[in-house]
Design a protein around this ligand. Structure first.
Ligand code: ADP
Length: 179
């Protein structure tokens, strides 16, 4: 599913964030130390190779809501944007910190003049953010940033499961006022 709003395509697909060869950047649901791990970070570091962790050493640690950018190394993408999402109910206020992740990631993409980036559903794995709530924050934040975007023309959400995809499609339509 995809919508075009203010000249930007926003799409939701089912798949693996580490396998999005047509995107200039992918976003990592990182840990503070920017190390490999489970979930999204594990998939991205495995595909990027040990050079990614090496480059990330100089960029870590990062705080909840923060984003930093690295090269893509063995990934097909030019860049990885690493966001530290809030641990739900622990890093407060969780919604504002999650919104910062999306805003800061878009800002870094703009600074690099990137046209496309793909997000996973930040914080909804081991960090425990309820996915429907997180998707609402994600799309409201992104739609609020569209007017400021000059280079970014395609934003993709990559979801692991069919139910996760369905939920994100509904949240996007709702945020866009097309429910
Ligand atoms: P966090 O620590 O921010 O919660 P996780 O990596 O644990 O991040 O999970 C974030 C979301 O990404 C979860 O909904 C999880 O199901 C999903 N996910 C895990 N691996 C992948 C992957 N390879 N591609 C896309 N989504 C993934």
């Amino acid at each position: 599913m995809s919508l075009q709003i203010q000249g930007v395509i926003i799409e939701c697909v089912r798949g693996n964030i580490a396998d999005q060869p047509d995107m200039e950047a992918i976003v990592n649901a990182a840990n503070a130390e920017l190390r490999t791990g489970g979930g999204v970070a594990g998939a991205i570091h495995r595909a990027a190779g040990p050079e990614l962790e090496q480059e990330c050493r100089a960029l870590a640690p990062i705080r909840p809501g923060q984003a930093v950018i690295s090269g893509g190394h063995r990934l097909p993408n030019r860049h990885v944007i690493h966001c530290l999402g809030p641990v739900y109910g622990v890093d407060q206020p969780s919604a504002a910190l999650l919104a910062s992740c999306y805003r800061n990631a878009l800002q870094l993409a703009e600074q690099q003049g990137l046209a496309s980036l793909a997000f996973p559903s930040i914080s909804t794995g081991v960090f425990g953010y309820p996915m429907a709530e997180a998707a609402g924050v994600a799309f409201t934040t992104i739609l609020g940033e569209l007017a400021r975007l000059k280079s970014v023309r395609r934003i993709r959400f990559v979801l692991f499961g069919e139910a996760d995809l369905d939920l994100h499609q509904k949240a996007l339509q709702q945020a866009a006022g097309r429910a």
